[in-house]
Design a protein around this ligand. Structure first.
Ligand SMILES: C[S@@+](CC[C@H](N)C(=O)[O-])C[C@H]1O[C@@H](n2cnc3c(N)ncnc32)[C@H](O)[C@@H]1O
Length: 256
């Protein structure tokens, strides 16, 4: 899978690309990330990529010519023109189903804004998919682009050690609930004991405990996720009441 990052600050990505999961995915040839400095498409002798907003007001706006021409040139680098994503707080909010849809593309171009954002004609000409990573304003699209790469790369076959390990994750799999609580050694720490069933070796009981725990956690923390489920995804007789409410989150020791 190929990502093209279009940004005014390509150096921001260097450390991130050189660590951990992404580094291994790149080294294994599963993921390719290309950086492009939008400033290289600036057209005046000062290499300016931004200008004051028409109508006045604070800040600077990203100019239409360098951005459009940068995107068009980068698209031509590969026979697959790729799926263009514009990072903007005004876009559709990113969630796991959107990440899964993005992972179906072989090539994604991520267009990172800065300052007061993009000249509106960039959006009109390029018709990108507009994505926000949440209802807050970042200084630039780079962190949002990293979040998208990070989430999408986990779904590229071969990137996670165990192919199944992303299906149990929160918001994933058929049910899209929060993941169950996890424990590792030591079995007891400061009087807090890991649930004995997880050490029982009984895979059926472990699976049942995890399913119930996942449902209880979702109920107490993110009941909205249960509301999104189809009726037949509810446990028992298809009614919300069939889900035993978990104890209030405050009553649980940390980690539960
Ligand atoms: C300071 S923001 C511009 C915000 C713009 N003035 C507005 O209010 O919609 C600069 C850039 O950061 C990026 N950005 C900021 N918040 C974001 C978010 N929640 N999701 C994705 N990108 C974001 C976008 O690329 C944006 O063009």
């Amino acid at each position: 899978m190929r990502f093209d990052l279009l940004t005014l600050f390509p150096e921001i990505f260097q450390g991130y690309l050189a660590e951990s999961l992404l580094k291994r995915a790149i080294e294994a040839g599963l993921v390719d990330v290309q950086l492009h400095d939008i400033r290289h498409w600036a057209q005046d002798k000062h290499h300016s990529v931004d200008d004051r907003p028409f109508g006045g007001g604070p800040g600077m706006v990203l100019k239409v010519e360098p951005v459009v021409e940068c995107v068009e040139a980068v698209r031509r680098h590969d026979p697959d023109p790729g799926h263009l994503v514009m990072l903007t707080p005004q876009g559709r909010r990113l969630d796991q189903p959107a990440v899964e849809r993005l992972a179906e593309h072989h090539r994604i171009l991520l267009l990172c804004g800065r300052y007061e954002g993009f000249d509106e004609r960039i959006r009109v000409i390029l018709q990108p998919e507009e994505i926000s990573i949440g209802d807050f304003v970042l200084s630039g699209g780079e962190v949002a682009a990293m979040a998208i790469i990070d989430a999408v790369v986990r779904l590229v076959p071969g990137v996670l050690g165990d192919e199944l390990s992303s299906s149990d994750d929160s918001f994933s799999g058929e049910q899209r609930l929060l993941e169950f609580a996890q424990y590792t050694r030591p079995r007891v720490y400061r009087g807090l004991e890991a649930p004995p069933v997880l050490l029982s070796g009984n895979h059926q009981q472990i699976a049942r405990w995890r399913e119930e725990n996942s449902r209880e956690r979702t109920h107490s923390r993110r009941a909205d996720l249960l509301d999104k489920q189809l009726p037949d995804q509810h446990v028992g007789n298809n009614s919300r009441e069939a889900t035993p409410p978990g104890p209030p989150r405050e009553a649980l020791p940390p980690g539960y």
